[in-house]
Design a protein around this ligand. Structure first.
Ligand SMILES: [Ca+2]
Length: 264
């Protein structure tokens, strides 16, 4: 009897983009590897409400019937679909992470705490901004209160908070041309090609010192898992520069998070 562990009731909700990491279509892979991938899938399923394969195949009855590489999927959580995109040797989330419970930011400092619940800010304390731009996280919350470079943090199993070096790999891949990473519809004086499919939006940020929000439509900052002294490093894309830039600043800033797939 075939099982319906995955996808079952959610099939109709999905629109596949065809933009996925790794090879398109099915690959012949060893049974041992497939078993390992299945374990990863099951771990993902525990983290997410559903795991959705980006496949055009019509029969979803059982994963056992297929040799489907684990990187060929999208993730669905609480109605939100995350797509993946292969850029060079890296597999990135195509959307900013939007997990956790919204808390308001009306004052500065650390408001997100190690309390067993993922907390997020939404720009201007407006939940609809999380729908569009993803959540904004303090560094420690994003890292889930460890300081290990490349840790999983709030990313699903099999993914992690990228290190600064991994972000610099992305920077090198586009020859430091931010326009290749930014969504075509972003407002600015530049023409954005989004050639990579990274699809960055100018999500703005939450300020560490007074808890206010700023620079929606102008800047976007992505946390790395790398520290510099008591600060943490982040990647910035901005409306008035064609460069991919790196800075470090207070961990109490609220920035965006993109997950990067773990290396095999
Ligand atoms: Ca928390």
């Amino acid at each position: 009897m075939k099982k319906r562990r995955f996808c079952f009731s959610l099939r109709s909700l999905l629109v596949f983009t065809g933009v996925v990491c790794g090879a398109l279509g099915f690959l012949a892979i060893e049974r041992t590897r497939f078993s390992k991938e299945r374990a990863a899938v099951q771990a993902l399923e525990e983290t997410y409400d559903a795991l959705v394969w980006s496949s055009s195949d019509k029969d979803w009855d059982s994963l056992e019937d297929y040799n489907i590489p684990s990187w060929d999927f999208s993730l669905l959580r609480k109605g939100k679909t995350y797509h993946t995109v292969q850029i060079g040797d890296q597999c990135w989330f195509k959307e900013n992470l939007d997990v956790g419970t919204m808390i308001e930011s009306n004052s500065g400092g650390q408001l997100q705490t190690d309390n067993g619940t993922i907390e997020k800010y939404c720009y201007n304390n407006d939940a609809s901004n999380c729908d569009t731009y993803g959540g904004l996280y303090e560094w420690n919350e994003a890292m889930q209160y460890v300081t290990t470079e490349g840790t999983q943090g709030i990313c699903p199993t099999g993914w992690h908070i990228p290190t600064k070096v991994e972000m610099q790999t992305l920077q090198s891949y586009v020859n430091n041309q931010a326009t290749k990473l930014i969504d075509e519809n972003a407002k600015s004086g530049y023409t954005y090609t989004n050639e990579t499919g990274f699809s960055a939006l100018f999500a703005g940020h939450r300020r560490y010192n007074n808890g206010s929000f700023g620079d929606l439509g102008r800047y976007t900052n992505f946390w790395s898992s790398t520290e510099t002294g008591s600060y943490a490093d982040y990647m910035t894309l901005r409306y008035n520069s064609s460069d991919v830039s790196f800075y470090n600043n207070s961990k109490n800033n609220g920035f965006s998070v993109r997950c990067l797939k773990d290396s095999p």
